[in-house]
Write a protein that binds this ligand. Structure first.
Ligand code: SF4
Ligand code: SF4
Length: 497
């Protein structure tokens, strides 16, 4: 099922009645339009046809690039010193840390992950404002793996015509062998995909060695099978259903669809009235209107989503451009200009219908604003990363009692001070306090200037402040790193109640 929005109801209605978009009702001699040829067999799967062309080649290139990045990344090493893992990208669940090259993200740095996700969303919305669902059509994992699975299907079972024939043919030994081969290859790819994903959660070469020796843990095996099953199901069977119904992005299109974005659109003012090349020649000879569309159905046959873009903008369209390649191929064979279906803004389709020149409006307040917001947020994230310290100081005031009056009349407050060492080496700190004239003491520590914290560890201290002439005041605890001289601060109160 395709979700279609009608942008121009009157025009759509008129076209549905068999009249071209640029045709007035008075010219109603056009032949009745055939219903759109459905790429989906009734109740069956979408069986897309293979296509050749520059966009298809670009998609193959992106597919190879993204798969290479996915399979190779866990094996890239990154030297972080003796006590840290040397895997460039590692999500270490056991220690609650994410390693991304030089960056080490702790649970305390969650705000950076949140900011990075916000940045990704901003960029996605910006791309959507420029060129629609470009991410979906070219680089989304669902698209990449579905393309890969479709390639296997085509290589094993033949192109669309043969596969459609297979759907209604009885099972023969050859068919059983084809089906078995296809599913075996799909499972192999799914296992490689699932197996690779777990490399991101542990030391990849070590796990690979274990696998080679048949020493896979139950946990690793379970997750490999879970990820492999997900890949097999989503890319082998769910395919376009994921892009249309499971993914939230098409749902959001109703709110963020931009008529100035360069999405895949059909130039109906040029294509209609559609008819065969022969009939078009006859109609033109009689001075009757005839469009460039020969209603060959090639654009529909190649669509991996199973929609007919000639019916108007469609939320389900992933902007993959395969129908552009298909139609350009037809136009080339007919010796007509390319671009009957093209990356073109809906506004320009409307301008074309009105006989106005096309306008490119990539730079508009919305895109400029989104680009500036993205750059600003990227800058904030970069500065936060650059100034991120490798240690954290936190202080918590005792609640009960808040303060204790000593026999000499002075008042003592107690605190729990926590020093967290996020580096891979031992760190030494000198603890002090400013803002009050108070004596600082650490329970169990003779000196406040030699507090050692182990790598990836923390030290919890019981600290007291004693003031001879007490009064409520703000206090600032300071921990000075003995080596880097970086000063960590944490604020609290001294109270006398
Ligand atoms: S209509 Fe064209 S661009 Fe949209 S999903 Fe189908 S083939 Fe891709
Ligand atoms: S491929 Fe081009 S000519 Fe053929 S049906 Fe589609 S729009 Fe018409």
């Amino acid at each position: 099922m395709a979700i279609t929005i009608e942008i121009d109801h009157a025009r759509t209605r008129r076209m549905a009645q068999g009249q071209g978009p640029s045709q007035s009702p008075a010219q109603g001699k056009a032949p009745a339009r055939k219903p759109a040829r459905s790429p989906r067999q009734p109740g069956g799967p979408v069986v897309p046809q293979g296509v050749r062309g520059p966009i298809r080649r670009l998609k193959w290139l992106i597919l190879m690039l993204t798969l290479t990045v996915y399979y190779v990344t866990p094996f890239i090493r990154w030297n972080r010193g003796p006590n840290a893992p040397d895997q460039a990208v590692l999500l270490d669940f056991a220690h609650g840390k994410l390693y991304l090259g030089p960056a080490e993200i702790w649970p305390q740095d969650l705000y950076l992950i949140t900011a990075a996700m916000l940045l990704a969303t901003l960029i996605l919305i910006l791309v959507n404002a420029l060129a629609g669902r470009l991410w979906c059509g070219f680089a989304c994992p669902q698209t990449v793996w579905t393309d890969l699975f479709l390639l296997v299907e085509r290589l094993v079972e033949g192109d669309r015509r043969q596969r459609l024939k297979n759907l209604s043919s009885p099972l023969t030994a050859k068919r059983v062998a084809q089906i078995a081969t296809k599913h075996a290859l799909w499972m192999l790819i799914a296992l490689l995909t699932g197996g690779t994903l777990i490399f991101y959660f542990t030391d990849a070469p070590e796990l690979l060695r274990d696998l080679a020796h048949g020493e896979m843990t139950v946990t690793a095996l379970t997750w490999t099978l879970v990820f492999a099953g997900t890949t097999y199901g989503l890319a082998g069977f769910a395919r376009e259903q994921v892009c249309t119904f499971m993914c939230p992005w098409p749902r959001l299109q109703g709110a963020i669809w931009d008529p100035e974005a360069f999405t895949v659109n059909y130039r109906d003012y040029r294509g209609e009235v559609r008819m065969s090349a022969k009939k078009a020649a006859e109609a033109r000879a009689l001075g009757e209107p005839a469009g460039d569309c020969v209603d060959c159905g090639a654009c529909v046959a190649v669509c991996p989503i199973g929609i007919d873009i000639r019916q108007g903008p469609n939320f389900a369209c992933i902007n993959c451009g395969l129908c552009v390649d298909a139609c350009d191929g037809v136009m080339a064979r007919l010796d007509r200009p390319r671009g009957l279906i093209d990356y073109e803004s809906w506004e320009n389709i409307e301008r074309g219908r009105a006989g106005e020149p096309r306008v490119s409006r990539l730079l508009r307040p919305k895109t400029v604003g989104l680009a500036l917001a993205s750059v600003a947020l990227a800058g904030v994230i970069a500065v936060s990363f650059a100034t991120k310290t490798s240690a954290v100081l936190s202080v918590q005031h005792d609640r009960d009692p808040l303060s204790v009056r000593l026999s000499d009349g002075s008042v003592r407050n107690a605190y729990t001070v926590k020093l967290l060492n996020k580096s891979s080496g031992v760190q030494r700190f000198k603890l002090g306090v400013t803002g009050v004239d108070a004596a600082l003491a650490i329970v169990g520590h003779a000196q406040a200037d030699a507090i050692e914290v182990e790598p990836d560890g923390s030290e919890t201290l019981r600290v007291t402040l004693t003031m001879p002439e007490p009064g409520d005041a703000d206090v600032t605890f300071q921990a000075v790193d003995a080596r880097s001289r970086v000063v960590l601060t944490a604020h609290d109160r001294f109270v006398n109640r």
